[in-house]
Design a protein around this ligand. Structure first.
Ligand code: DGY
Length: 323
């Protein structure tokens, strides 16, 4: 029987690419450039499986086709708000993601951002590299203590829980969680966390707020000007979830007028383009979507995609089906 035809839309770790090529009739995008909408449309006509990433927006225009050949979109990444699940479903395509395997690394990066923002690490590095450091002084780049403070976690899924573990067990932080559904008591107990009923209730209670909810239309601008106003003037906002969750214009105002202490972002609305209003905020740390960027996580994500493809083409329900 002919092997299924599989398209990988970006470069992946070599070990995973090698295994994919062994198991399937695999086409690699060696240019590593995002596919254009036209390329994507033609991919859906020519491959049994397409393996997209967050940089492939799969919406109405890609899915205009009457009868695509593609039966499964096996996404390389846990977030899938770039895929229009309703439309994809209308074409009978299965969508899978890669949960679990990147939770620890993404939480590690959220901790990095929290510490960088609190301790003004970005400002310090910029000063040094510009040759502007004049030496130690008691009032130089004084930041905020992290240990023992209160961390609010919005979205208490796998990554949110990993963040809570690090903050609570490593830094003695008090954890307040907001989640759409009820969090099981044993999960809360792991970090002595308290669940609140609303984001509005959480915001004024916290020194740090870390976002771990999904993106997409339903969470667009979840953190808007009104909610930024509910934060304490010395509190910090951390985002490793999706850029659209924060209204970036409102955030830039809050940073500029110092109605909050600072922020740290790994994700941006419309990335890789960065809203210019963010560029001039000194009290903002920015990283280029590095949440899962470790050798270990990126390989594990690839192998998880492979598991899903094997499930699907062997006639089983893919373990990480999301639609
Ligand atoms: C994820 O896994 O969702 C990362 O943000 C990359 O898409």
């Amino acid at each position: 029987m002919a092997k299924p035809k599989v398209l990988v839309t970006r470069r992946w770790p070599v070990a995973v690419e090698a295994q994919l090529s062994e198991l399937f009739d695999t086409e690699l995008n060696t240019s590593d450039k995002p596919l254009t909408p036209e390329d994507f449309k033609s991919a859906l006509q020519n491959y049994d499986a397409v393996l997209p990433t967050v940089t492939d927006k799969i919406g109405a225009s890609a899915l205009e086709l009457a009868r695509p050949q593609t039966r499964i979109l096996a996404n390389y990444g846990v977030g899938y708000s770039h895929i229009d699940l309703d439309r994809v479903g209308q074409h009978g395509m299965v969508v899978t993601n890669t949960p679990d395997v990147l939770s620890e690394c993404t939480a590690d990066l959220a901790m990095t951002l929290m510490l960088m923002a609190a301790r003004r690490a970005g400002e310090g590095e910029r000063e040094l590299r510009a040759g502007d450091w004049t030496g130690w002084r008691p009032t130089h780049l004084v930041g905020s203590k992290v240990s023992g403070k209160t961390l609010g976690i919005i979205g208490y899924g796998r990554i949110g829980q990993e963040m809570a573990k690090r903050a609570h067990h490593g830094f003695g932080m008090k954890i307040i969680a907001y989640n759409r559904s009820k969090i099981a008591p044993d999960i809360l107990a792991q970090c002595d966390a308290t669940q609140v009923d609303s984001i509005d209730e959480l915001l004024p209670l916290c020194d740090f707020i870390s976002l771990h909810c999904p993106g997409g239309a339903e969470n667009r601008h979840l953190i808007d000007a009104r909610r930024l106003n509910l934060m304490r003037s010395d509190a910090f906002l951390i985002n490793t979830a999706r850029g659209e969750v924060i209204d970036e214009m409102a955030l830039s105002q809050a940073l500029w007028f110092e109605t909050i202490g600072g922020a740290a972002l790994d994700v941006f609305d419309g990335e890789p383009n960065i809203n210019p209003v963010l560029q001039n905020c000194d009290n903002l740390v920015m990283l280029p979507h590095l949440g899962s960027a470790t050798r270990e996580a990126r390989e594990a994500m690839g192998f998880r995609v492979l598991d899903n493809l094997r499930d699907f083409f062997d006639g089983r329900e893919p373990r990480d089906r999301v639609n």
